[in-house]
Structure formats: C-alpha cells, structure tokens
Design a protein around this ligand. Structure first.
Ligand code: ADP
Length: 182
C-alpha cells in the first residue's frame, strides 16, 4: 500500500504516520526527519536545507527530490510506504508520479488530516522544536497555503484523495485512519 499523509504543519502527520507504518508494515518516510538527519550529520545537502528550515521556507525541490529518490530505491519500499511531508509542491507531486509510474506502482491514496488553523497554531506553539517560534510558524503555514494546499485539487482530480478529522486524541485519530477504506 503506497500512501501519502497530507496536511498542514501541526496536524499530526508524523505521529499518525509512525502508527500507520506499524499497522501496514511499510516504512515511514518523513522528509522533515530525513532533512533533520542530514543536517545533524553535517552533509552539504543538510547544511543547505537547514537555512530554509530555520526560516520556515520549503527546502528547494531539487534537494528534497534527491533524498526521496534515494530512499524510494531502497528494498524496503517495494511493498509500499507512507510518505509524510512529501510531496509539498506540484513539481514534487508530478515527479513522484513519474517515478512511480515508471515502476508500475502508482500511489494508492492520499489521506488529508484536517485540523482548523486555530488549533494548529495552539499545537505548534506548544511543540518546542527550533522551527516552532511564532514568526517561523506563520511562514510555514503561509508556505503550506501557497504551495502545498493546491495539491488537494491535484490529487482529487486523480481520484485518490480522502480526508480524516484530525481533532481528538492521537488514539481517536488513529482509529479513524485505520478504519478508512480508501
Ligand atoms: P511540519 O509538517 O511541522 O512543517 P516537517 O518535519 O514535515 O514539519 O518539515 C519541517 C521543515 O522541513 C519544513 O518547514 C521545510 O523547511 C522542510 N521540508 C520537509 N519536507 C519538505 C518537502 N517535501 N519540501 C520542501 N521542504 C520540506
């Protein structure tokens, strides 16, 4: 099963992706985590990406596509995967579709986790990651609205978009995800 977990920063994609990956027995691929690891390791890509992350801006497509392409080629992705935080631009989405089409293994579904903006702001301001200060949060939400949100339309047109309510405890949200038939 090839799934994308989709939604604004702070909707709980990471938490739910970990759980879903255990349930479905497929790897959890978080571009945010991959970029933070590259950064901690001090690779040129990681250092380059870090500057954008600190400002709440999307990391340029070329950098992100490089790490995702490498990861998708690993053996454990053959049975499927859960993408978390990718794709985030139309170019990323189109490129992903091209890669997957070349292997005859298209995405099965894109699940949007829906939480309204007020609650997102509350959650992010409590989280305490270094890119969670007020100005950076505002920029990340703006980047989501401008660059990422339009993908809802892209995937709806492909007929693979569905949504779950992300308000509630992590267990409640997970139960909704696990019960999805899309
Ligand atoms: P959140 O969903 O809370 O923003 P992530 O860990 O997914 O947290 O992302 C953190 C940062 O990493 C983003 O603000 C962005 O700078 C960068 N990033 C992660 N995934 C992508 C992506 N697919 N494209 C561009 N930048 C990304």
């Amino acid at each position: 099963m090839r799934t994308v977990l989709f939604g604004a920063p702070g909707v709980g994609k990471g938490t739910q992706a970990v759980r879903l990956s255990h349930l479905l027995k497929v790897p959890h691929l978080s571009t945010g985590d991959m970029l933070r690891v590259a950064r901690a390791e001090g690779t040129p890509l990681g250092i380059d990406a870090g500057g954008y992350m600190d400002q709440g801006k999307l990391v340029p497509d070329a950098l992100v596509l490089k790490i995702v392409e490498d990861r998708l080629q690993q053996d454990d992705c053959r049975r499927g995967f859960i993408l978390d935080g990718f794709p985030r631009t139309e170019h990323q989405a189109v490129t992903l579709d091209e890669w997957l089409a070349a292997n005859d293994a298209p995405l099965d579904r894109v699940i949007q986790i829906v939480v309204d903006k007020e609650l997102i702001l509350q959650r992010l301001s409590k989280r305490g990651r270094t890119d969670d200060d007020a100005a950076v949060i505002a920029r990340r939400l703006e980047q989501y609205d401008q660059l990422t949100r339009p993908l809802i339309h892209y995937y709806s047109e492909h007929g693979i978009m569905c949504a779950v309510d992300g308000v509630g405890t992590p267990d409640e949200v997970f139960d909704r995800l696990a019960a999805l038939t899309c």
